[in-house]
Write a protein that binds this ligand. Sequence first.
Ligand code: URP
Ligand code: ZN
Ligand code: ZN
Length: 492
Amino acid sequence: MTHSFDLVVRNGTAVTASASSRYDIGVSGGKVMALGEGLGSGRVEIDATAKLVLPGGVDSHCHIEQKTAAGIMCADDFLSGTVSAACGGTTTVMSFAAQHRGMSVTEVVADYHERARPKAVIDYAFHLIIADPTPEVMRSELPDLIRQGHRSLKVFMTYDRLRLDDYQILEVLALARREGALTMVHAENHDIIRWLKERLLERDHVAPKFHAVSHHALAERDAISRMITLAELLDAPILIVHVSTEGGVDTIRSARARGLRVYGETCPQYLFLTADDLDREGMLGAKYCCSPPPRAVAAQKAMWCALADGTFQVFSSDHAPFRFDATGKLVRGPSPPFPEIANGVPGLEVRMPLLFSEGVLGGRIDIHRFVDLTATRAAKIYGLFPQKGTIAVGSDADLAIWDPERLVTLSTEALHDNVGYTPYEGRRVKGWPVTVISRGRVVVHEGRLEAEPGSGRFITRCPPEWAETEGRSHDAAALARRFGAEKIFSNL
Ligand code: URP
Ligand code: ZN
Ligand code: ZN
């Protein structure tokens, strides 16, 4: 018998960032070929009665098989990381190719491609961490890599071995604007953190909870404000990652109100954890040490508001997986002082279920905003759209068939990463992806892997949506123009 399609998903309610409707989805050659009722037969048929059919998630901030500047390897490689992501409804991960000082970015990127290619079960792209913007990197390596489809760079304003100074950040912003890449920023004021850290250590305040004291909320607000100033000077788009504070939200909101191309992201740890989680018995608080740290309930409320009112465009996991043992969190010994604890929390698999359960079912955001935050907008901002992030004829058939009624108790045993703990142990969520499809292939069904390692592909990205627009309030060049020096801004 010949079939009209490779796969048909029938009877579900398809949801995009702007609409929901009952229709079947016909897929061939990995692409959505038809949307409508009563489509012809598929070689594979999936019944989605009583289910939502969502665009597969795009997790645009996660750390997979990445080595820290201190040489600690993440607990998840491209197999466990992508399996875990898929089990939680994500079909595209954007992780990092991390340059450390003295390294060639070109070699680093080649290395990450080698690691991902044989293992990934879903599609992936890389942001390029720039820790050493040498003349060679800036003049030759980055322009080539961006043109090859790596259209985002990440810079750090803190961490001894990663941070750039303002001059270097301006150089990166100018290059990114010229070449059509987005600059992502880890924005915390390094010297505020350093000063507080040294005062705490002097007084022997070494427990994990003091990590939250040292990464003060004002350090975030100040760095976001400074970063926006640098971006405004050059009219360069930026995305502030893992925003955690009310001050950070307010600063981004007012920059956006002035028409600047400033995007914001938050993550599950800033909605569901607080600084009190770092104050657990013995070293247990180390499991919750990430940067920036979880804050107070008032900050959680501000994060929910910013997700609902559009101040934030993306909701990512910042999955930074380190086991609670000598390979990860406790690599410097069984009770290291807080600055020596590996930073980061896992979240790839629980990102979408947590936001669905507490955001959509909790009445804080509607289902379209959920889709926008978890898939569509990241695809647009990072240059993956319309291949990824939506359900449309011609798009990749990346789908999460979602049971909105399923009750799940989050537990380490039930998750598929390699971290050995979850910060959300015992939390009950409602809603879970039953079947997850990437380019028409069933990757996971009922938590079982059905795809081959290496079947995920690297996605070459195009110049993203913001490349077409100018920041509206940009008048930083006005005086230079009047005095005939405008080329310093226009010809970056
Ligand atoms: O604590 C975190 N977030 N670790 C991962 C690295 C980063 O800063 O994103
Ligand atoms: Zn960061
Ligand atoms: Zn991160």
